[in-house]
Write a protein that binds this ligand. Structure first.
Ligand code: FES
Length: 154
């Protein structure tokens, strides 16, 4: 990403939302939508623009599962890591996905198509295990159902 493009985009966003702390999240969301992830340079420039420390901005960017601080694949698959899904056989769903994609949790396929990541509770605990592919939520997963869903994104 060109630094000038980042600075111009950030400038526009700060002009639109303002520099108040509560506007940090929408600015980060829009930057991610524009650039795909929130890398170190982006975090540093946002911190400067908002008058916050880099640690504060990074804490927000890394807290929310829908924000990425590292470059991810086109499809980000997030598996719920909260207790109800753990108790509903999440481990076998994850194993099936890792085997299908040939990557481990936290990794991205070499063709940059898929990333595997954890997320916190998605609100479908009674129908776990649950996962999201980008913004789409899937529940009642079995290992084979999860693999079929991933294959539908090919
Ligand atoms: S514990 Fe997994 S969706 Fe709530």
């Amino acid at each position: 990403m060109l630094r000038e493009t980042l600075l111009r985009t950030l400038d526009d966003l700060v002009g639109r939302y303002g520099k108040a702390r509560e506007n940090l999240l929408p600015v980060l969301q829009d930057l991610q939508a524009e650039f795909g992830f929130l890398g170190e340079e982006t975090i540093n420039e946002v911190a400067r623009a908002f008058g916050l420390s880099q640690t504060e901005v990074f804490s927000v960017a890394s807290f929310y599962h829908f924000l990425n601080t590292q470059e991810k694949g086109k499809y980000v698959i997030r598996i719920c890591r909260t207790i109800s899904c753990d108790l509903r056989d999440k481990a076998n769903v994850l194993r099936a996905l890792e085997s299908e994609l040939g990557i481990k949790m936290g990794e991205t396929t070499r063709d940059k198509k898929y990333s595997l990541d954890y997320a916190n509770c998605m609100g479908t605990c009674d129908r776990g295990p649950s996962m999201m592919v980008n913004d789409r939520l899937y529940a009642d997963l079995s290992p084979s159902k999860a693999v079929d869903i991933i294959r539908s994104y090919r």
